[in-house]
Every structure is written in structure tokens, then in C-alpha cells.
Write a protein of this length. Structure first.
Length: 321
């Protein structure tokens, strides 16, 4: 039935995930929600040198926030930082070069960051969709290493800092693609059977939803959320999904439209009036499963995922300085 679920997801997306869907939803937005001054608050955005990450960082900077850009490519990151400073006039923009697919690097970065900075809001935006099975230098499948384990370690490592902050929030950028996947803890690194990069990515995004729900239960002082930005015209979409991009390019959202709900979750007072742990699209909580879909997983599988990721993360923490 995977073809059926994929078709349902695609048809649903044609209506809701495109630019037209955003324009329809935005008629009900309250502009005042994001017309706020966040001076004195500290935000960390991963994958911030392009796409939704950069658009989010720029809008936070416009509102006076201190923004920490976490990027993999130093040259592109410096260009992005200069653009943000120039366009917003905010000089409280800091750059950190970290490869989110490298768990040792994340631990090292987070330990240093905790000693030098404060943090109010963490935005897990970095991600990848690698269409062939590639292993990192640590022997990890690259999509899993970046999208799931990297997100887990970055969040876990910074939780002590967030626990001390006022109005602390964690926002993870997921995807509606997760709607076609049931949590699968038996093959986290996609080593069994044919490799389908799109479905591996969707599985990782389902894992991010589960992570958010589990964190929300365990850390009551922090507001967790996960969101779908819709289908946006970003460099990642163009490079990872060229056929999809060619077919949909005239209907894709702008980067700013894709980033709108991330910004709303990060800065608005309205967002934290809603329960922690929800999945959002266009500033509204939405279901994490399609009607009649066989994508629900037992609680023990969700708990097991957390246990497995903790074991992975601790292995890499033990070799960091």
C-alpha cells in the first residue's frame, strides 16, 4: 500500500504544501504574533547558511535577537553572516562551523558553547537527503547521522543550557514526508534491502516527530515543537530532488514562506500557549498521521528509539575532548 500512501501525500501536498496553500493559510495569520522585539534573547540555528535556516536567522536578527549560525561550510557561512548583518543591521550574529553529521564535532561544539553562551531557543534545521547510501567517517549512514542522530545530540547536549533559560524553546524542522512512514527501529541506518533516499529521509523525519514528543514529556520547562515548512524553493530541494523541483518549481513556496512557522514558533507568545510536543504546519498544530494510515507505533518502540540514540550518542561523547 506504499503507492497509495505516497499518492495521498502528494495530492494532499499539491493542495496544502505549495505556495497557494501558504497564501490561503496566511489569510488567518495575526501579523502581531511575530512583530516582537527579542533583543536579549539568544537563538541557535543549525544549517543557517541557506534556505529556511538562513531565512529564519535573518528574521530573528531583524527583531533584535542574538543569533548563532551553525553551519558546515565556512565559506558559504561567512557570506550568509555578512548578508544577515548587512540587511538587518544586527551585529550580534555569531558563526560556528560544525558538521551535523559528525557526532564528535557536535559534542565538542556543545560543550564549548555551554561554557561561553546562554541559549533561549534552539532551531534544529540542518538536514540532508542523500539519494545513495553513503557512510560518514564514523561509519554512520549519512541521512541518519545528520537528520536523526545529529539532531538528537545537538538537542541533548544543549538541554542543560536551555533548562536554565527563560521561555526556552526547541523547534525542529521536519517534513510532511514523515506521514508515509511508520517508525522503524529495526534498521536505523537503512542497511537492509534497496536504498530509497526519499523514504529514508521520510523515516528520519518521522523519527524527529517521535523525538519531539518524547522530549516534551521529559522536559517540562522547555517548549518543544516540530514543523513542516511546506514545499519551498531551497537549494536543498533543487539539489536533492531535481525531478520534483522541475515539476513543481512554479508552485513552490519562497524560503521566507517556508520559514514563517519556524519564526512564529521561535518568537511568538501564542506558540507557547499550545501544548509542548506538537507538529505544526502554517502556524497550526496538525495530525502526525494520515486518516486510516498504518503509521502508528507502539510506545515501547518510541522509548526504544530514545534508548538506541542515547547509546549511539554516548559512544561518540566518550572520545571527544
Amino acid at each position: 500500500m506504499s503507492w497509495y500512501r505516497n499518492t495521498v501525500w502528494f495530492v494532499k501536498g499539491l493542495r496544502e504544501y505549495t505556495r497557494g496553500g501558504y497564501e490561503s493559510a496566511s489569510k488567518h495569520f495575526n501579523p502581531a504574533d511575530v512583530e516582537v522585539d527579542v533583543a536579549g534573547r539568544s537563538f541557535l540555528v543549525t544549517g543557517a547558511n541557506s534556505g529556511i535556516g538562513k531565512a529564519t536567522a535573518k528574521e530573528i536578527a531583524r527583531r533584535g535577537g542574538t543569533v548563532h549560525l551553525v553551519c558546515r561550510n565556512k565559506e558559504r557561512a561567512e557570506v550568509a553572516k555578512e548578508e544577515i548583518v548587512t540587511e538587518t543591521g544586527n551585529r550580534n550574529i555569531f558563526l560556528h562551523i560544525v558538521d551535523i553529521s559528525n557526532p564528535k564535532e557536535i559534542w565538542k561544539f556543545a560543550e564549548k558553547f555551554r561554557n561561553e553562551h546562554k541559549l533561549n531557543v534552539l532551531i534544529n534545521n540542518a538536514g540532508c537527503m542523500v539519494n545513495n547510501r553513503e557512510l560518514t567517517e564514523d561509519g554512520l549512514e549519512k541521512n541518519f547521522a545528520t537528520n536523526t542522530l545529529g539532531t538528537y545530540i545537538m538537542t541533548t547536549a544543549l538541554l542543560p543550557l536551555l533548562e536554565k533559560a527563560a521561555d526556552a524553546r526547541v523547534i525542529t524542522v521536519s517534513s510532511g514526508g514523515m506521514l508515509v512512514q511508520k517508525l522503524n527501529i529495526s534498521d536505523l541506518q537503512s542497511g537492509n534491502g534497496p536504498f530509497d533516499g526519499t523514504m529514508v529521509y521520510a523515516q528520519n523525519k518521522r523519527q524527529q516527530v517521535v523525538l519531539t514528543e518524547q522530549w516534551a514529556k521529559a522536559h517540562r520547562n522547555i517548549h518543544f515543537s516540530v514543523m513542516h515548512p511546506g514545499w519551498a524553493d531551497t537549494p536543498a530541494v533543487r539539489s536533492s530532488m531535481p525531478d520534483f523541483y522541475e515539476r513543481m518549481k512554479n508552485s513552490l513556496r519562497t524560503e521566507a514562506q517556508g520559514a514563517d512557522t519556524v519564526l512564529w514558533l521561535a518568537v511568538s507568545a501564542e506558540a507557547t500557549k499550545l501544548p509542548s510536543g506538537l507538529f505544526f504546519q502554517d502556524r497550526q498544530p496538525v495530525p502526525t498521521h494520515l486518516p486510516l494510515a498504518y503509521t502508528h507505533s507502539p510506545p515501547e518502540d518510541e522509548e526504544k528509539l530514545m534508548q538506541m540514540l542515547e547509546e549511539f550518542s554516548q559512544k561518540f561523547k566518550s572520545v571527544s575532548p
